[in-house]
Design a protein around this ligand. Structure first.
Ligand SMILES: [Zn+2]
Length: 417
């Protein structure tokens, strides 16, 4: 491969992917707009025309933001690579730390992250305080936003900087087989995060209180006993401090498993519906979806690190992406920037896999709880989250981790009828 050939390939894939995503967005936009005037027949009983139209408008507003985000991102990738941004940043840090040193590499990589976050900031602010607010979802105050950002920055510095330095150090000192060493480090780091997240990190952002509602507890304890599931506590999270969107999830693993409900979810669903939603989450657990995902991610990570080790040995990987400095930190930076450009074709596969898991978890919920209650819970959640009931089929196939509402509910009703 020559430099020019790799540059052209990179540019072609970047432009083609962006064009394809814009076209998909346009399809979705047209489909949602065309179905805006009428509630789909199967939902006519539960969803009002007003709620349906709000979902359409919300979807269209988010699509518009997504389009701007896409263009900014593509431009930023170009500025950093072929535009010479990375090379400039690399040279700028050479005035502060010795080129090629651990400090130089860490500062260089961290500054790319900080600049990326700064570029995302205006759109994040607009999304939170204009779009989400317009549809009544935003509960975040500017003060809370600043506090969240400060905490995130502090965490990124305390955790991120040593991690970057450790990875660079391993890449330099472990010789040709560094990718194994970095992989083992990455695995260990991820396990550690899983372990400390529920008890040390999540409480920095939210308050978790034990679930006390007797009626809810009765339903949930009976379900857990039926499924033979032992947890280390049921908690309610004050999600309503930031957003009106609701959710339920598990955290931790082994003996430290916790079940967490957003307060917003408990406020809108009946106990039997909460039970059905939890049964769905238990279905993910029983089918080992999280473990399967972790195994796949780990295998992919190993393959990617090996790929990086091979690319680092080729000059065209550097020069083809617009940089002259050829060292570990630069290779890592280029890899993290170029990877998303080339990995988009895999996203439909991941989405399809995830949708398969959703069907499996739904089936488990119908067996252990009530399919009917899950349907009514889902319809409420679609309504309250203003999720569109009429996505473009192709768009949904490529992006959606969950099956479209009508298909998912038809599956559930097939089970309950
Ligand atoms: Zn699920």
């Amino acid at each position: 491969m020559t430099n020019t050939l790799f540059s052209s390939l990179f540019l072609a894939v970047l432009v083609a992917t962006a064009a394809f995503k814009l076209w998909l967005g346009y399809r979705h936009q047209t489909h949602v707009a065309d179905h805006r005037s009428e509630v789909p027949r199967e939902f006519a009983q539960q969803i009002t025309l007003g709620a349906h139209q709000k979902a359409a408008d919300y979807t269209l507003a988010r699509l518009g933001l997504g389009r701007i985000d896409l263009l900014i991102n593509a431009a930023w990738v170009l500025v950093l690579t072929l535009g010479g941004g990375l090379q400039w940043l690399h040279a700028a840090w050479t005035g502060v730390f010795a080129e090629g040193s651990l400090l130089h590499g860490t500062a260089f990589l961290a500054s790319i992250g900080v600049l990326g976050a700064l570029i995302d900031l205006p759109l994040t602010l607009y999304r939170t305080f204009v779009t989400e607010a317009r549809f009544g979802f935003n509960k975040m105050t500017p003060a809370l936003f600043v506090a969240d950002t400060a905490k995130t920055l502090a965490l990124a510095a305390i955790i991120g900087l040593p991690v970057i330095a450790a990875v660079l150090w391993l890449m330099v000192t472990m010789g040709a087989h560094w990718w194994w060493a970095v992989w083992l480090f990455w695995l260990g780091f991820n396990l550690l995060v899983l372990l400390v997240w529920p008890t040390f990190i999540a409480p920095l952002f939210n308050r978790f209180t034990p679930l006390e509602d007797e009626r809810m507890r009765g339903h949930i304890d009976a379900l857990l006993a039926r499924c033979g599931f032992r947890s280390n506590g049921l908690f309610v999270m004050d999600g309503s401090r930031r957003s009106a969107h609701g959710n339920a999830y598990f955290t931790g693993f082994g003996q430290s498993k916790r079940i967490v409900f957003f307060d917003t979810l408990l406020n809108t669903l009946e106990p039997i519906e909460v039970e059905a939603v939890l049964a769905h989450e238990l279905g993910h657990f029983k089918h080992r979806h999280v473990t399967k995902r972790l195994v796949l991610m780990s295998a992919m990570m190993l393959g990617l690190l090996w790929l990086l080790s091979a690319l680092m040995a080729t000059p065209w990987f550097f020069t083809g992406l617009g940089v002259t400095a050829q060292n570990t930190a630069m290779a890592l930076a280029l890899f993290m920037i170029a990877l998303p450009v080339f990995s988009f074709p895999f996203s439909p596969l991941m989405s399809a896999w995830s949708r398969k898991h959703e069907f499996e978890a739904d089936r488990y919920a119908t067996e252990q709880s009530s399919g009917e209650a899950l349907v009514s819970a889902l319809v409420k959640l679609y309504r309250d989250n203003a999720s569109t009931l009429t996505p473009d089929p192709l768009y949904s196939r490529i992006y959606d981790s969950h099956p479209p509402a009508s298909i998912r509910i038809a599956h559930l009703q097939g089970k309950t009828l």
